[in-house]
Design a protein around this ligand. Sequence first.
Ligand code: SF4
Length: 433
Amino acid sequence: MNAVVEFRPRDNGCGDAPVLRERGQREVFCGLTGIIWLHRKIQDAFFLVVGSRTCAHLVQSAAGVMIFAEPRFATAIIDDRDLAGIADANEELDRVVGRLLDRRPDIKLLFLVGSCPSEVIKLDLHRAAERLDGVHRGRTRVLNYSGSGIETTFTQGEDACLAALVPELPHTEPGSAPDLLLVGTVADIVEDQFLRTFRAMGIERVAAFPPRRSTELPAIGPNTLVLLTQPFLGDTVRALEARGARHIAAPFPFGEEGTTLWMRAAADAFRIPTTRFEQVIEPQRERARAGIARHREQLAGRSIFFFPDSQLELPLARFLARELGMRPLEVGTPYLHRQLMAQELELLPEGTILSEGQDVERQLDRCHAARPDIVVCGLGLANPLEASGITTKWSIELVFSPVHGFDQAGDLAELFARPFNRRERLRALEGQV
Ligand code: SF4
């Protein structure tokens, strides 16, 4: 019997569940945050935020100060200007970019990243990027995308960045053999594991997007099959499909089950025999099971509430419910992409409250009424919730840590066990236990 096909929803799931849609005050980072992991991934790219001092502070404090390396992000601060000052702002931007590229010949790809201050909105960054691309083409590509807090939340910055990069991808040769494209930024070590595993199965033509160097952009075409590593890439998928690529529907590679189903979807698309597939992944599944088992006893039966932040909420809730026995009460996400989340929703336990967008005060009321054992939320909400006696997990940690794949499944479970350990230690210190 094929062990892999045993994964099934245990009840009716949440495929048809109603979604509470809220459009009020929200507590979510803007899309500029994506620069932190994108600049580490694409090693010859530079991200020039065109923004205000607030934007500069956000990016700098989220990234920390780079002492030993030349930074690969910066902010061109656009102060308050009237429309007559926009021509000057464009000239200034051209000067800043010219100086930067003269000093840094290692930069092969420059992103002008838009933000939300009104002075920046008046600037047409797309035209600015086209103009600068014309000047510097041959040595540096210049593209633009928006990380503005008005248009994007947190991880949507990566979606906007990758969607802007898609038109640059070369075409595959007509009639070329099918190839697999893994799309979404994951830690290099995780990406290497995925590439190795797919090759071991027999899928030789496999590449990752974004690449580590912008000069190594993968080719795409009608024979390209796209497998998402991250769930927040709706615009990127649409742009890839417009170039002829086809998306493989799958749950996301979190936990043993999620990673198995994710790899299985690709293996099926490439007609890899089941025996070969299982032979390759079984040792990895075994390691994942062992890693997860270490934390199950501590987490099983605990309730969890997700505030919307990273768009990883649904896959993580599915992992915690099915592999660790936790009870998701409410799973909030900034944006629910039904098509990309279809399989995740089916696997999520029936009765889970789903919410999209945010009205933070109302959601806090629901959270306090539900009394969850742990809350996953952004940094701004964590301290007040901790002060009211609720254990929290910062969702940003789940984005910055390598948590995808078999070998990281135990670490992912541990990230949810740690806050309980910390609270117990604090209680012990306070003499409450
Ligand atoms: S883009 Fe907008 S939300 Fe983001 S840091 Fe700048 S001002 Fe703040």
